[in-house]
Design a protein around this ligand. Structure first.
Ligand code: ATP
Length: 305
C-alpha cells in the first residue's frame, strides 16, 4: 500500500528523514513510532505530497507520489496535525464543504448527507454535529478531523498522531474505530510517540530514530518468545541451586531461566517438591524492543520478509 525507497528530506543542515524504506502492506495496522523531532510528521507529509522529498521514491497504492496525487489522494483518508475547520460553521457544514471539494459522487445530495451522518456517527459526534466548531474541545476537533478522513470511505487511512488531544475514553473509541475499519478492509498507517498506544493497536511497527527507520517488523514477530522462561516461585533459592547456571536474572522470587520448555520445567520443579506460582515463556515488551534499537547509534535491524 505504501512503499518508499531511500526516502530523505533535508531542511538546510537538518536531515529530518534519512534514507527510509517503508513497507506498509494491504490490511496492515501500521504504527510509526518515534520521539518528538524524529521525522514522523515530515515522513507522513511526504507520503501525501504535502512536502517534497529531497531524494528517494514513494509509491502509494502502487502509484508514484507525488506525480499521481490526483488519482491516489481521493482514495486516501488523512489526518495531519491539528485538523483545519471553519470555526463559525457546524461540523456538518465543514464536512459538506470538505466532501464537495472531493471527487464527484453519483449518490447526489442525499448520498452526501448520509455519508456525513455516517462519518459523524463513527467518530462519536452524531449528537453535536450542528454546533459551530468554535465551541468544540480539542478532542472534538480531532474527532471531526477523523470524520473528514472517513467521509470519502477511503481504502487507506494515514493519521499523524491521531490520539492527540483525546481523553482516555476518546483514545479507546479511536482504537475501536480503527480496528473496526481495518477489519472491513481499510489499511491504516498512523504515527505516534506513544508506545503503549501502538502496542495495543497495531499489527506492524516501524521505529524512527533521528530520521532513520531503525526497526520495521510485525508486532507478533517482535514479541515472539525469547527462548527464556519467566518463573515466579517462593522457592527461588532452591530453584537457583537446582538449575545451576541456567538462571540468567533474578529479581526476588522472579527468575529468568534459559530453557525452551515451560511445561517440562514446571513438571521437574513440582516433582522436586518446589512451589511454582507462575511460569511461562518470556517475551520482550515493545518498550524493551524499541529501547534496544534507539539511541544506541545502531543501524537498521530486522525487517519484513
Ligand atoms: P513531533 O512528534 O514533535 O511532531 P516529528 O517526529 O513529527 O516530531 P518532524 O516534525 O518531522 O518530527 O521534525 C523532524 C525534524 O525536522 C526536526 O528536527 C524539525 O525541527 C525539523 N523540521 C520539520 N519541519 C521543518 C521545517 N519546515 N523547516 C525546518 N526544519 C523542520
Amino acid at each position: 500500500m505504501i512503499t518508499t525507497r531511500a526516502l530523505s528530506k533535508r531542511y538546510g543542515a537538518i536531515a529530518a528523514v534519512r534514507s527510509v524504506d517503508l513497507d506498509v502492506r494491504e490490511g496492515d495496522r501500521y504504527g510509526l513510532l518515534g520521539p518528538n523531532g524524529s521525522g514522523k510528521t515530515t515522513l507522513v507529509r511526504m507520503l501525501l505530497g504535502l512536502v517534497y522529498a529531497t531524494s528517494g521514491e514513494i509509491e502509494v497504492m502502487g502509484r508514484r507520489m507525488p506525480r499521481h496525487a490526483r488519482e491516489v489522494l481521493p482514495q486516501v483518508g488523512a489526518l495531519i496535525e491539528e485538523p483545519a475547520a471553519y470555526p463559525h460553521l457546524s461540523a456538518r457544514a465543514n464536512l459538506a464543504l470538505f466532501d464537495a471539494a472531493g471527487p464527484r459522487r453519483s449518490a447526489g445530495r442525499r448520498g452526501r448527507s448520509r455519508r456525513i451522518d455516517d462519518a459523524l456517527e463513527q467518530v462519536g459526534l452524531a449528537g453535536v454535529g450542528r454546533r459551530p466548531v468554535k465551541t468544540y474541545s480539542l478532542g472534538m476537533r480531532q474527532r471531526l478531523g477523523l470524520a473528514a478522513a472517513l467521509i470519502r470511505r477511503p481504502r487507506l487511512l494515514i493519521l499523524d498522531e491521531p490520539g492527540n488531544g483525546l481523553d482516555p475514553r476518546g483514545i479507546r473509541d479511536l482504537r475501536e474505530l480503527i480496528i473496526g475499519l481495518n477489519s472491513s478492509g481499510v489499511t491504516v498507517f498512523l504515527s505516534s510517540h506513544l508506545l503503549g498506544e501502538v502496542e495495543q493497536l497495531c499489527t506492524t511497527v516501524g521505529v524512527l530514530d533521528a530520521g532513520r527507520l531503525v526497526l520495521q517488523d510485525e508486532l507478533a514477530a517482535l514479541r515472539a518468545p525469547t527462548g527464556q522462561i519467566l518463573l515466579d516461585t517462593p522457592d527461588a533459592d532452591q530453584v537457583c541451586a537446582m538449575l545451576n547456571g541456567q538462571v540468567e536474572q533474578r529479581d526476588g522470587q522472579r527468575l529468568l531461566i534459559r530453557h525452551a520448555d515451560p511445561a517440562g520445567l514446571n513438571a521437574r520443579l513440582v516433582g522436586a517438591g518446589l512451589r511454582v506460582h507462575a511460569i511461562g515463556p518470556h517475551r520482550r515488551t515493545l518498550e524493551e524492543v524499541v529501547l534496544a534499537v534507539t539511541g544506541t547509534g545502531s543501524d537498521h535491524i530486522g525487517g519484513r520478509s
